[in-house]
Design a protein around this ligand. Structure first.
Ligand code: SAM
Ligand code: SF4
Ligand code: SF4
Length: 492
């Protein structure tokens, strides 16, 4: 049994960019799953299955086995929480059975080949009127022709109808650019909403345009209207949201709220989206108060470093996790206060969204809890956890992935300080293996890899006690993960 991410997106959600690029999720940086224009639109007479390409199956397999791709290990979008591979399998089966009423899981079904797409994020235009520091637009909009890509109107209509026919229940019309500046935005989505009111529309927008009254109404009729606003301080706002105008955003928001009230629109959830980073954290409280006072929800984004963004390239932005312990503690307190307030107000999961588990991650960091997971099965790890509830800088429960994404679970040693495990009276022998992690720039001479699993050896337990001392430290080794598997009686 392995640990894995609690993520169902590669079975249920797809992102399609204006240039056609398809992705499993916003963090899918290391796998190519195809091009919607070339692989579907161009070949639509052949009715190709874009939802089951081999590369998608590879991502699903990584999640189902715990041998996670790098993008899933580093993911800033999904929760940091790990679950067991058995738990994820059950969740996938539940998803398939609840969405595809005809599907019944049979033992042995290959779940990498099954899917139930419920939500599609599709940005028919990559263009943007802003150049926010954390966004690729800040670098690429004026240098990369891909950032001027747009779906022709007819293709956009074909795409939307295709998703409806495939049983999709929600469309997110915003991906990488600002969809409300797409010339066909109003025509396309007002028609779509009229024809398919049952399909949820969830837009994230910068609201930085003058809108007609009809456009304000369309915005007010979205099921989720998520408005990006990192600060209510105009200086901070325009520092992050380059070219953005806070006054225009607030004016539009007021008009939308009034329209919603005037037309008695009940089912629109409006949220304010704040991306938490070094420049925005001091605005968190003011933005959340403004949101809650106005009956809006809050969408707390986890700043993800992007190599093609000015904020990263020019060292203008950094995630809270890279700031001083003092700041982390302050932000952790602020976020916990905001979450408590949201609970008091009875906000549901559509009104209070936290990306990437940012509050839990920060709490764990401030609490100096070093363990990556809570052991559920292995008595040796459970014993270590019991005696060291938070681990330490020197040894903690962790998962290390080798260069082929194979996962190794065990006690991670940063130095050669022994760990003594007691309370193992019921075990006679264990199988121990050292996984060597080489320093940056160094690699195993045998495999030319930075992470090298060593040989397995059987160790006898004396008096219910096992002393673990990592042996493989040399000057090239950064750390060592030791896996310890109790030998079951039938293996003896
Ligand atoms: C890519 S934008 C597209 C929609 C629209 N243009 C907007 O800004 O609202 C979607 C959301 O992602 C956020 N975002 C952009 N770059 C980010 C990053 N590097 N890390 C985390 N969130 C980011 C934006 O603030 C916005 O709320
Ligand atoms: S990168 Fe994150 S969101 Fe994407 S499939 Fe992996 S765990 Fe899920
Ligand atoms: S408004 Fe949205 S798409 Fe445009 S630069 Fe900002 S984050 Fe990126």
């Amino acid at each position: 049994m392995n640990y894995t991410k609690n993520c169902l997106l590669p079975w249920s959600y797809m992102l399609i960019h204006a240039g056609g690029l398809m992705q499993t999720c916003p963090c899918a940086s290391d796998i190519e799953i195809g091009d919607f224009l070339l692989d579907y639109i161009e070949k639509r007479d052949e009715n190709p299955d874009i939802f089951n390409r081999e590369s998608l199956q590879m991502v699903r397999k990584g999640l189902l086995t715990g041998n996670l791709r790098k993008m899933c290990r580093d993911c800033a979008y999904n929760t940091a929480e790990l679950i067991t591979t058995d738990e994820l399998k059950q969740k996938v089966i539940q998803l398939l059975q609840s969405v595809r009423k005809d599907y019944q899981y049979q033992e042995g079904d290959d779940l990498t080949k099954q899917y139930a797409y419920t939500t599609i994020g599709v940005g028919f235009s990559n263009r943007c009127n802003l150049r926010c520091l954390y966004c690729n637009q800040s670098v690429c909009a004026d240098t990369n022709p891909f950032y001027k890509a747009e779906f022709p109107y007819e293709y956009a209509r074909i795409a939307l109808e295709y998703f409806v026919n495939r049983g999709v229940k929600g469309i997110i019309p915003s991906v990488e650019g600002e969809i409300t500046i797409y010339p066909h935005w109003y025509e396309l989505y007002s028609e779509f909403h009229r024809n398919h009111p049952e399909i949820s529309l969830a837009i994230t927008t910068n609201l930085n345009r003058e809108y007609s009254d009809e456009e304000i109404e369309l915005l007010a009729r979205h099921n989720i209207l998520d408005v990006s606003c990192d600060s209510l301080d105009p200086e901070v706002y325009s520092k992050i949201r380059v070219n953005g105008r806070l006054d225009l955003l607030l004016k539009n928001l007021t008009k939308i709220k009034a329209k919603k009230e005037e037309l008695h629109i009940q089912n629109t959830v409006i949220t304010i989206h704040i991306v938490v980073c070094n420049l925005s954290w001091e605005s968190l409280e003011e933005v959340s108060e403004y949101a809650f006072e106005n009956g809006f929800g809050l969408n707390i984004g986890n700043y993800e470093e992007r190599a093609n963004a000015r904020g990263y390239r020019e060292h203008l932005l950094c995630p809270i996790s890279q700031m001083s312990g003092e700041v982390q503690e302050k932000v952790s307190k602020i976020l916990n206060r905001i979450r408590k307030r949201a609970e008091e107000l009875g906000l549901d999961e559509r009104h209070f969204v936290c990306h990437g588990d940012i509050i839990e991650r920060l709490n764990k960091q401030v609490d100096r809890n070093y363990h990556r997971f809570e052991p559920v099965e292995n008595i040796c790890y459970q014993q270590f956890y019991k005696e060291n509830p938070k681990g330490s800088e020197v040894s903690f429960l962790d998962i290390v992935y080798d260069d082929n994404n194979i996962a190794y679970t065990g006690i991670h040693f940063r130095e050669k300080t022994p760990v003594v495990l007691n309370g193992l009276a019921n075990i006679k022998r264990v199988v121990v293996r050292e996984v060597l992690v080489y320093k940056e720039g160094k690699h195993s001479p045998k495999f030319d890899q930075r992470t090298a699993p060593g040989y397995r050896r059987v160790v006898t337990i004396e008096d219910g006690t096992l002393e673990v001392i990592p042996q493989g430290f040399t000057e090239d080794i950064d750390s060592i993960l030791v896996t310890i598997e109790p030998l079951r009686e039938k293996d003896e």
